[in-house]
Design a protein around this ligand. Structure first.
Ligand SMILES: N[C@@H](CCC(=O)N[C@@H](CS)C(=O)NCC(=O)O)C(=O)O
Length: 218
């Protein structure tokens, strides 16, 4: 049995899934600490020392500790060898294009739109109700994905090969589907294409084990 090279804290959310998917793509031996949000598991003293923000995911690589799913997946592709067919840009403009997708997915689609819905539509008992903000978040999300839909291949990857830009965008589409947001057909087709990757399926089982309980499949 190979010793784990990294430890990943957190399962059960879109953000943790991004990290497990990338770890599986790169074949990194990994120990998982399967803590979940809103269970009290991010509030323990031990976890407070690992990540004072008390958010998941967190990565530990030797004495290096990193939070933020976008930063973690980018770090993994720089710190570990990547398999053939996994694109890690080295040239400035290609790198910038990847950063553009990661930033767009993390900010415009995740933080400004879907996470707002998460808080105010699906967790109102914690964050309060805000129906107008939710309506405007859906509208905003739709405008933003509409603006890039033509750049998303219906069967293929966002850059010259599979990359962390696809990890981010696929998880956003999955999340939007779960929230029953109308999406351009090519985005759904794109998601169906990327989700066929074996590492996606491996990460799904690890991150959402409850979906596979009692022989059920996700
Ligand atoms: N921007 C961060 C967001 C992390 C985040 O908000 N994680 C949520 C779960 S999806 C969390 O840890 N919540 C803590 C808690 O509710 O206990 C990322 O992409 O990693």
């Amino acid at each position: 049995m190979t010793d784990p090279a990294v430890t990943v804290w957190g399962i059960g959310s879109t953000r943790t899934f991004r990290v497990h998917w990338t770890v599986a793509e790169l074949g990194i031996p990994c120990a998982v600490r399967p803590i979940r949000s809103r269970t009290g598991e991010t509030r323990t003293e031990e976890y407070g020392h690992v990540n004072p923000k008390r958010k998941i995911p967190t990565l530990q690589h030797d004495d290096f500790v990193l939070s933020e799913s976008g930063a973690i997946v980018a770090y993994l592709t720089r710190a570990f060898p990547v398999p053939p067919g996994f694109f890690v840009p080295r040239e400035p403009r290609a790198q910038a294009r990847l950063d553009e997708w990661v930033s767009f997915a993390s900010m415009e689609l995740d933080a400004h739109s879907l996470y707002l819905l998460r808080r105010h539509r699906y967790l109102p008992e914690i964050y309060g109700e805000a129906p107008e903000a939710c309506e405007s978040a859906v509208e905003y999300f739709s405008t933003q994905v509409g603006a890039v839909a033509e750049r998303v291949p219906a069967s293929g990857y966002l850059l010259e090969d599979f990359s962390i830009a696809d990890v981010l965008m696929t998880t956003i589409v999955d999340w939007a589907i779960a929230y029953e947001i109308d999406l351009p057909g090519r985005l759904v087709a794109y998601r169906d294409f990327t989700a066929r990757r074996p590492a996606y399926r491996t990460a799904l089982r690890l991150n959402f084990p409850e979906r596979f309980d009692n022989g059920k499949t996700a």
